[in-house]
Design a protein around this ligand. Structure first.
Ligand SMILES: Nc1nc2c(ncn2[C@@H]2O[C@H](COP(=O)(O)OP(=O)(O)OP(=O)(O)O)[C@@H](O)[C@H]2O)c(=O)[nH]1
Ligand SMILES: [Mg+2]
Length: 212
């Protein structure tokens, strides 16, 4: 193992159906599924990359976007070095939700986390309701960086993770490598994680249609 190895935890947040799982599956497996398979609780994925001569291990937590899982957010974003907050460029509600996640992350973690705001489904440009100017200006105003992606067409996904990793490396020069998370062997892996905590008093969003 390289002496320069670093490990980072990254969390994906955002409303249901915006494409969080699709982004991570595109990145890890280079696959895309048209059908929406709703994430329950969360799943995690691991990937090792070489960057600037360093071997970097990413643990990527893909959270469930449905409102009833919102209260689980802190379990996944606590201790994360990077956050990927996703909205769907054709869905204004998902943009509002993304901004709320960023507010929560900033309130809970301050500047300890590298923030990415992602406008996904860029292939649906004709149905865009959130302009790039608006989202880039908002991201800049909160110290985040905006990226446009299409998990479907494999646009911007690799660049997103590469740039995020570079930003986390830059920020972490003083942070020691997380021990005990051996990423030796397989380059990627994934597992669905079932955590037996379900928030009470949820405002269930079941029945809400989200996918076109
Ligand atoms: N056109 C288009 N559709 C996409 C894109 N990314 C994801 N989708 C579709 O959007 C739907 C939801 O994608 P998911 O990745 O399951 O969304 P999610 O955010 O993980 O949803 P939850 O797990 O419920 O939080 C699926 O039907 C995907 O095929 C994209 O870039 N373009
Ligand atoms: Mg999902």
């Amino acid at each position: 193992m390289s002496e320069a190895e670093k490990s980072f935890k990254v969390v994906l947040l955002g409303e249901g159906c915006v494409g969080k799982t699709s982004i991570v599956l595109r990145y890890i497996q280079n696959t895309f599924v048209d059908k929406h398979v709703m994430t329950q609780h969360a799943g995690f994925f691991q990937k090792n990359i070489n960057i600037a001569g360093k071997r970097v291990g990413l643990t990527i937590w893909d959270t469930a976007g449905q409102e009833r899982f919102h209260a689980l957010g802190p379990i996944y974003y606590r201790g994360s070095q990077g956050a990927i907050v996703v909205y769907d460029i054709t869905d204004a509600d998902s943009y509002t939700k993304a901004k709320n996640w960023i507010k929560e992350l900033k309130a809970m973690l301050g500047n300890d986390i590298v923030l990415c705001l992602i406008g996904n489904k860029c292939d649906l440009e004709k149905s865009r309701v959130i302009t790039l100017e608006e989202s880039e200006a908002y991201a800049a105003s909160v110290g985040a960086k905006h990226y446009g992606t299409s998990a479907k067409l494999n646009k911007g996904v690799e660049e997103l993770f590469l740039d995020l990793t570079k930003r986390m490396l830059t920020k972490s020069t003083a942070i020691p490598t997380i021990s005990g998370s051996s990423n030796q062997g397989a380059t990627t892996s994934n597992r669905q994680d079932r955590i037996p905590i379900v928030p009470e008093n949820e405002n269930s969003q079941e029945g809400k249609t989200c996918c076109k």
